[in-house]
Design a protein. Structure first.
Length: 269
């Protein structure tokens, strides 16, 4: 028997079959690609395709043209909002700069320099406020002491004036002569001079006088007077005039004392 020999081409039979199948598939794919290319070419060259493409381009252009005003409006609004924001910020920094001393307000400080100076100025203001508060308390204590002293002086003056009240006693000896007895404090010599002046204004001339002082500091005057006028002297009216001299002096002293107190109060404010 003869042995079957291999083909002279050198390839096994199975390899030849595989190569044949691969070649057939390749040819089939090439034919399919040519078919698709031809179909696409026909589709691109058709009037319907061109119309749809043109319509789509027109729609894209219309969409862009419609969105353009909206974008522009948004941009304008954004720019306006940004301007307002910067304007407000500049106003706030300007107000902050106005709180600084005048020497710094005249300078054109930048925003960081303004903030830095304000941060340094705040502690200085706090120290100044603390010093002013202490000064206010000190002045309040002084004013309170002044008011207490003024109240004490008023009470003392009131007790003094009550003890220095002028006591007048008149006795008419005859139609032309009058005896007047006056009791006052030793410290009221100026008041006694006013009494003599008032008597002379009423037409009374001093003929004789005497005085003595008690241990309590009171002085007693005895005045012998002559009437020089043609008319009779109203003794009760004269007595009221003399007593009013003491009241006027008391009011004058109180008025002067109040004026001094007001001046002291104004000075210590």
């Amino acid at each position: 028997m003869l042995t079957i020999s291999q083909p002279f081409c050198g390839y096994p039979l199975e390899d030849l079959r595989s190569r044949e199948v691969l070649l057939q598939n390749t040819m089939m794919y090439d034919n399919l690609a040519e078919t698709e290319t031809s179909a696409e070419s026909l589709l691109n060259n058709s009037p319907t395709f061109h119309h749809q493409k043109k319509r789509k381009q027109q729609e894209d252009q219309d969409g862009c043209s419609n969105h353009e005003p909206v974008k522009m409006a948004k941009k304008i609004n954004h720019n306006a909002s940004e301007r307002d924001r910067r304007k407000k910020i500049n106003g706030l920094y300007s107000s902050l700069r106005s709180l600084l001393p005048p020497a710094y307000q005249e300078k054109k400080l930048s925003i960081p320099a303004t903030v830095s100076r304000v941060l340094k100025y705040i502690p200085e203001l706090l120290k100044e406020l603390e010093a002013l508060a202490q000064k206010k308390e000190c002045l309040a204590r002084k004013l309170s002491d002044q008011e207490n002293s003024a109240s004490h002086k008023r009470r003392k003056l009131s007790s003094t004036t009550s003890s220095t009240s002028l006591i007048v006693s008149l006795s008419q000896l005859n139609d032309r002569e009058v005896m007047i007895q006056i009791t006052t404090m030793k410290s009221s010599s100026c008041l006694f001079a006013k009494v003599l002046s008032k008597l002379e204004q009423n037409g009374l001339v001093l003929l004789d006088s005497s005085c003595f002082e008690s241990s309590q500091g009171r002085v007693f005057y005895n005045l012998h007077l002559e009437v020089t006028g043609a008319q009779a002297t109203d003794m009760e009216g004269l007595k009221r005039q003399l007593v009013s001299l003491d009241e006027n002096q008391e009011e004058l002293l109180l008025s002067n004392f109040k004026s001094i107190g007001q001046l002291a109060e104004i000075f210590y404010k």
